[in-house]
Design a protein around this ligand. Structure first.
Ligand code: NAD
Length: 399
């Protein structure tokens, strides 16, 4: 079979050839260690199912800057757009460059409105909590709006001064003259498409509940509106398969239960009663905090995967959630789990569920036998510490 591009149906469904061309960014820093490891496992897993991935290297980050003089080359964005699905390692954030963050830029350019962060525990992974096995959540974090939209004015600038004056004149708002300002846009469109994706996921994966996490008690017209629009969507589009807590008194029957909680209480409850949470739908900043806090409960950033997805256009960019850990770069030492599990999310997005399941089983078997990289080894008594590449080989052996 010759390699071919993935295409997308009008309804967002993907047509995936047996040998899809998939662009990848190896990533800076430890990208040189974790990318080959993750690729080896993904290649072996799909080969078991008579598939192959034609990997197409594309540049971003420090490597791009060094080789072509720009942090995010136009061809890289075009390549992700044209090939529909891609994957990336961690990128150095240029300091003082034109970009706030390359990751945020890529999400905005491709309108990848969902940040998907599944959080579950794998047997054998060291955790700071007593019952990490009770954590099994899938976070849908809005990825474009909120304070991440990039509408900020620096303190002391003409723009900041003018906006402060305007807000005083127009609304009587007294904002201290030496303030920096940031806007928090939260739209009906952005909120509903995010909650819609979470509900579709919950229904199609047999999940019990969707929790809308917000700060609506304080930020009524952004966070509070997110909650209101979420419930509106349940009634308007999902009445046959989902129901809000208020509409069923907490007894949804066969339907998916939709409830909500305030973000700060949520962060307590995921520690004290994690098994009451399932699919989470939340705004951008809340989602950022919640994803990392939850990741810590099940073993931390070395193993937390992420995907950035537009379910309407089918586009997806899957990524390691940690950074470039420069002090470990090139040492064949760190954990490739985050990038590998992001690859698993990518296989699921392609509809290659069996290969995805194989990787998860083999990873679990490897860690379960105490074969782990340094980050887990130092927290686990009796573990065998292996290099990044050896960890990958051990997973491949167990596929
Ligand atoms: P980092 O995630 O790179 O590293 C923090 C610490 O976490 C490391 O020192 C290491 O102890 C540990 N760690 C990270 N990944 C690990 C792995 N796979 N296995 C084992 N341990 C691991 O965060 P940082 O030091 O704040 O950032 C370094 C660079 O990465 C910066 O340029 C930052 O902007 C960038 N960054 C990129 C992304 C991304 O591309 N998604 C995310 C965060 C930070």
């Amino acid at each position: 079979m010759p390699p071919a591009r993935i295409t997308v149906e009008a309804d967002g469904r993907l047509n995936v050839p047996d040998v899809p061309i998939i662009p990848f960014i190896r990533g800076d820093g430890i990208g040189v260690d974790i990318w080959p490891a993750a690729q080896a496992v993904l290649d072996a897993a799909v080969a078991k199912h008579a598939k192959r991935i034609e990997w197409l290297p594309v540049l971003a980050g420090q490597q791009a800057f060094d080789e072509v003089g720009t942090w995010l080359p136009e061809q890289t964005v075009t390549s992700f757009r044209d090939h529909v699905v891609g994957i990336k390692g961690p990128l150095t954030t240029p300091i003082g460059g034109g970009f706030r963050s390359l990751n945020v830029a890529l999400r905005q350019l491709l309108d990848l409105y969902v940040c998907l962060r599944p959080v579950r525990w794998f047997r054998g992974v060291p955790s700071p909590v007593k019952r990490p096995d009770k954590v099994d959540m899938v976070i849908f974090r809005e990825n474009i709006e909120d304070v991440y939209a990039g509408f900020e004015l620096e303190e002391g600038t003409d723009g900041a001064k003018r906006l402060i004056e305007f807000l005083h004149g127009e609304y009587g708002w007294d904002i201290r003259a030496d303030s920096g300002l940031g806007l928090k846009p939260v739209s009906v469109t952005g909120s509903k498409r995010l909650v819609r994706a979470a509900l579709h996921y919950a229904v199609s994966h047999g999940r019990r509940s969707v929790t809308l996490v917000h700060k609506g008690n304080i930020q009524k017209f952004t966070e509070g509106a997110f909650q209101k629009w979420g419930y509106e969507l349940v009634r308007d589009e999902f009445a046959d398969v989902a129901v809000s807590w208020d509409d069923c008194g907490g007894k949804p029957g066969e339907r998916v239960l939709v409830k909500d909680t305030i973000a700060d209480i949520f962060l307590q409850q995921v520690l004290t009663r994690p098994d009451e949470f399932d699919v989470i739908a939340t705004t951008n900043l809340n989602g950022d905090y919640a994803s990392d806090a939850l990741a810590a409960q099940v073993g931390g950033i070395g193993i937390a995967p992420g995907g950035n997805i537009n379910y309407v256009t089918g586009h997806g960019v899957f990524e390691a959630t940690h950074g470039t850990a420069p002090k470990y770069a090139g040492q064949d030492k760190v954990n490739p789990g985050s990038l590998l599990l992001s690859g698993v999310l990518m296989l699921e997005h392609l509809g290659w569920q069996a290969a995805a399941d194989d990787v998860v089983r083999a990873l679990e078997a490897t860690i379960g036998e105490g074969i782990v990289t340094y980050d887990f080894a130092r927290l686990t008594e009796g573990a065998t510490e292996v290099k990044t590449s050896e960890f990958a080989s051990a997973i491949v052996d167990r596929l």
